[in-house]
Design a binder for this molecule. Sequence first.
Ligand SMILES: [Zn+2]
Ligand SMILES: [Zn+2]
Length: 211
Amino acid sequence: MLIDLHNHTRHLSMDSALTLDELLGRAKERGLDGVCLTEHNAVWQNTARLEAAAHRHGIAVFRGMEVNSQYGHVLVFGLRAFRNSMFDFGELCRVVESEGGVLVLAHPQWVGNVGRGPSPDVIAEHFHGLEVLNGEVTNDANNYVEAMATALGKFGTGGSDSHSLGAVGKCATLFQNPVRTEEEMVREMRAGRVSAVRLAPSTNGVELIKV
Ligand SMILES: [Zn+2]
Ligand SMILES: [Zn+2]
């Protein structure tokens, strides 16, 4: 099952031009089975609206968030809401552990731009996975992060980091097992049964390029 784990909409992310319907429509065209909304420091609360949109477009919709921390941007899955205390990485880790969530270091290739970047020791201790493919990052930088994930024994995810229509469906995460709920999505990630895939720029459905 192919899920793009990193997407922003204009409804909750001020830097995105994408509406929810535009995102889901294009993701479906690109052959994805699901998308996860990872808004900046916010989790969608209007689940009825999400369920209706998912039904309309025939695609699964999940919720996560992208939190700004002192170690850069962190993709968080399995939490129901954002709280300001989560800007502190230690507090974020405590909440994720107590609620059984997942922490994935977003675009580690860019981390110098948005924080000081965690050391390998911090990654090894606190992160479950690394975003080894990010749609906004060049191949060379992605290869470097993939090697880092392998060396640290972390799973890799793929996400488009879409903020505009043209960015939707560049990368995704291949789940070995089908997931229907956010709980199942988190369980599969924590078990490491996921891998990152780049989607070929094709208008004829989806073509995977394994990394
Ligand atoms: Zn980011
Ligand atoms: Zn992002």
